[in-house]
Design a protein around this ligand. Structure first.
Ligand code: NAD
Length: 502
């Protein structure tokens, strides 16, 4: 990692009139500026198709900051660093003009030739932009050149490899920063800290003490206006290939010998390599899918997936996935990792539940019901709450020796939720400092696609006759429960695990 704590750079945003730029990138840059993490030596060059004057563009930047941060301190000064070029990225002739503007800004702000190219655009343009950045000399610069690229990175292994080979003509692997915005979330980064900074957990972090791990990412939102994209992607490509497998890799990896990008990545890659591959015939044993029907969310009726805009009325696309991952290594043999993710579920929540094994001879149990004790759980709350809860058993108050479950919790939310850095703020800052730890390396992308491609192949070629198989606002399809029941487990209901309930 080459680190530079006061980043100086020209940040070139392709897609600067888009939703991502306005909701995330401009507000994140503003917060970095306010915190002094961007000195005055930075410039942002926005590129998009729409024809805008410089004033109009700077006004749109200010508007987005007021809307999404609620602040306006120093806004004029901040926005004066923003420039704009109307440019169709498929039009070869305008890159030369872009290069001239970039060189001029470089000189004007003393940027030392450092360039960050941020592609906040539809993925079909990634290859073309990469080609032109090289052929028209924009990457020919005295400082660093880095490419920050949004998901999705390919549609399957083959297309991802094709895109990667193309981008590699212009950028070296270490210059490509593939965004997985889950990796920018503080609590996802905290998985490493919880594991490797506590004497308490790491000795137990294996198949002798852990019975299973459950990773849930549920949304209440439906497909909204993204029907066209989602029809081709589905929950498997949209969530499992990247975010879910990244969380599993962080949970399953071996301790790195150092906390640097290369060592952490190499352990994550080893964890992904340990995933047991499935044959086409085995997919149904390990993965199940769902699609939402009409239902009720927060008291309001919502439509079925098949009636959403730009969705095929007979769509075979999954809006829900649950799966069992088997990690074939010494640490995890015999411990299933269950994952589930879906749209239009009963709650919005991302959580990891580590369930510990029952103790060998339990002297305490609920005599009234003859029930076993609740297992110990470590719950990592990723969003919307951020925190950790440890579920233990303790003595009930009173004269008897009955037990009661108790929870020890730590939550970020109540203390400084307002100051929790947005994932994009962290990722932008890291990319400017040259820290690629929280971005995905090609090796991780390739392994994840290969794993997921087997499932897609089966699902694309078999029409799921039970779709739609869960009502909006519920916990998902029954098949997901059956997946765990086969192993003698059940999903921990996310609503019972909220920090507020503890
Ligand atoms: P958007 O449709 O709102 O914006 C697209 C931008 O690209 C606009 O600025 C548009 O002018 C520009 N553009 C389109 N065609 C162009 C062309 N030929 N030449 C020049 N400019 C052109 O899209 P978005 O929601 O901002 O998403 C951008 C990327 O970020 C996508 O890859 C998306 O998957 C990813 N992403 C977005 C979000 C989000 O919150 N919006 C979250 C995660 C990932």
């Amino acid at each position: 990692m080459t680190e530079n704590n006061t980043p100086t750079a020209l940040i070139m945003i392709f897609g600067a009139t888009g939703d991502l730029a306005h909701r995330k990138l401009f507000p994140s840059l503003y917060r970095l500026y306010k915190k002094g993490r961007l000195t005055d030596r930075f410039a942002v060059l926005g590129v998009a198709r729409r024809s805008l004057t410089l004033n109009e563009f700077q006004d749109s930047v200010k508007k987005s900051i007021v809307e999404f941060t609620g602040e306006q301190d120093g806004l004029d000064e901040f926005a004066s660093h923003f420039y704009y070029q109307s440019h169709d990225v498929t039009d070869s002739s305008s890159y030369i003009q872009l290069r001239e503007l970039a060189n001029k800004l470089d000189e004007q702000y003393g940027l030392e030739g450092n360039r960050l190219f941020y592609l906040a655009m539809a993925p079909e343009f990634f290859g073309t932009i990469g080609d032109h950045l090289k052929s028209d000399g924009l990457t020919d610069t005295a400082g660093y050149k880095r490419l920050v690229i949004e998901k999705p990175f390919g549609h399957d292994f083959e297309s991802a490899q094709e895109l990667n080979n193309r981008l590699r003509q212009a950028f070296a692997e270490e210059e490509i920063y593939r965004i997985d915005h889950y990796l920018g979330k503080a609590m996802v980064q905290n998985i490493q800290v919880i594991r490797f900074a506590n004497a308490l957990f790491e000795p137990l972090w294996n198949n002798r003490y852990i019975s299973n791990i459950q990773v849930t990412s549920s949304e209440t939102l439906g497909v909204e206006e993204r029907g066209r994209y989602y029809e081709k992607s589905g929950a498997l490509r949209d969530m499992v290939q990247n975010h879910m497998l990244q969380m599993v890799a962080l949970l399953a990896m071996e301790p790195p010998i150092k906390l640097n990008t290369e060592e952490i990545r190499s352990e994550k890659v080893r964890a992904l390599r340990s995933l047991r591959p499935m044959s086409l015939e085995e997919v149904d044993q390990y993965f199940v899918r769902g699609q939402y029907d009409a239902g009720t969310i927060k008291g309001e009726g919502v439509p079925a997936y098949r009636t959403e805009p730009m969705v095929d009325p007979e769509s075979n696309t999954e809006t829900y996935v649950a799966g069992k991952l088997v990690i074939d290594n010494f640490r995890w043999a015999g411990v299933p990792f269950y994952i589930r993710t879906g749209k239009r579920l009963g709650s919005k929540s991302t959580k990891i539940v580590v369930q510990f094994k029952d103790i060998p001879m339990n002297l305490y149990y609920n005599k009234d019901t003859d029930e076993k004790l609740t297992p110990n759980l470590l719950v990592i709350h990723i969003q919307p709450e951020e925190g950790v809860t440890l579920h233990l058993n303790a003595k009930k108050s009173g004269s008897g020796m009955e037990t009661t479950p108790v929870q020890l919790s730590t939550a970020n939310q109540s203390i400084d939720r307002m100051n929790t850095p947005e994932a994009y703020e962290k990722l932008l800052y890291d990319s400017m400092r040259g820290d690629a730890t929280n971005f995905t390396h090609w090796d991780e992308v390739a392994l994840s696609w290969k794993f997921v491609d087997t499932i897609s192949e089966v699902w694309e070629n078999t029409k799921e006759t039970t779709f739609p198989n869960y009502a909006a606002g519920t916990d998902g399809p029954q098949v997901a429960d059956q997946l765990l029941e086969k192993d003698g487990f059940e999903w921990w209901p996310v609503e019972n695990l909220e920090i507020d309930n503890c």
